[in-house]
Design a protein around this ligand. Sequence first.
Ligand code: ZN
Length: 134
Amino acid sequence: MKVLKIDHLGIAVNSIDEGRNFWSGILGLNFEGDETVAQQKVKTAFFPVGESEVELLESTEPDGPVAKFIEKKGEGIQHVAFRVANIEEALAELKLKGVRLIDETPRIGAGGAKIAFLHPKSTSGVLVELCERS
Ligand code: ZN
């Protein structure tokens, strides 16, 4: 598999509108609008930073994964996403190497990217997202 770069950092926030005050208002990152991914019960907003992006994640449901994360750990970095050239190939290789996968097959995330999560038990405690964009 080929890991191309850190695609984005996923940061769980209580409110994207409030989060924007820092990321956009103070750091000056460009806010490019938000998008709701109903299947993951989340609203996301991307802020490009050079070759990578910051992704703010706000839960749309009290039982969503981002709401549960904030309940346990508070706001903060929730996942790190790596861009890969071919996500199906990467998942097959990781599975072969005994890495625990949350998603055995990719699903469609924000911006139409193909994404899949790896289990933190296999990654030093970090929720890792793989992401392929065309
Ligand atoms: Zn992400």
